[in-house]
Design a binder for this molecule. Structure first.
Ligand code: ZN
Length: 187
């Protein structure tokens, strides 16, 4: 009956292996659900009125080379929008949300964000000197390399966003100088 024992062992091993595979798949499905729910939560925050307004102010600052004076509501909207973007980058780095989902949705905005981001982030007399926001910078750099064939990136749109970001960054840093004479924040 040695053959029977061998078959029994084989069936036992197969069942144990199947149990491991099923539990691994369950863990992966549950992790994917958690990531989806975290992604929806941060998307809701990203698309809230205040954060959206702050983001628009960053784009405008990147184009004009000027940022609202320190201490104003608009300046704090900008700081908040950058902080939430940085948080999104941190979530992506930690795997709390999938980075591919983040880049898939946000790559055009991240590409357009560069000039305004640099202007605010490197402002020496800002409330967060040398803060750097490395997770946001990482997202911006990945977005600039992101390969997309959809309408958001065709017909030269991607190139226009990237070249505007590069062109405005230098201008923005020059134009930043008068802001240094702005009064200190009062709040
Ligand atoms: Zn695109």
């Amino acid at each position: 009956m040695a053959w029977f024992d061998s078959v029994k062992d084989l069936v036992g091993i197969s069942l144990a292996l199947l149990a491991v595979i099923v539990s691994l798949v369950t863990v992966l499905i549950s992790r994917r659900r958690e990531q989806a729910s975290s992604y929806l939560a941060i998307q809701e925050l990203m698309l809230s009125d205040e954060v959206q307004r702050g983001r628009l102010l960053i784009y405008q600052s990147g184009i004009s080379g000027r940022i609202p004076p320190l201490g104003t509501a608009d300046y704090f909207r900008i700081v908040r929008a950058l902080s939430v973007f940085d948080l999104l980058g941190a979530y992506a780095r930690k795997g709390i949300v999938r980075r591919e989902w983040v880049l898939d949705y946000w790559h055009p905005r991240l590409q357009a964000l560069r000039a305004g981001y640099e202007l605010v982030n490197y402002r020496e007399d800002g409330p967060y000197p040398n803060h750097g926001r490395p997770d946001l910078l990482d997202l911006i750099e990945r977005a600039e390399r992101y390969d997309c064939r959809r309408q958001c990136c065709t017909d030269g749109r991607r190139e226009r966003r990237l070249s505007r970001g590069k062109a405005q960054t230098g201008i923005a840093r020059e134009a930043e100088l008068p802001n240094k004479a702005a009064p200190p924040p009062t709040a």
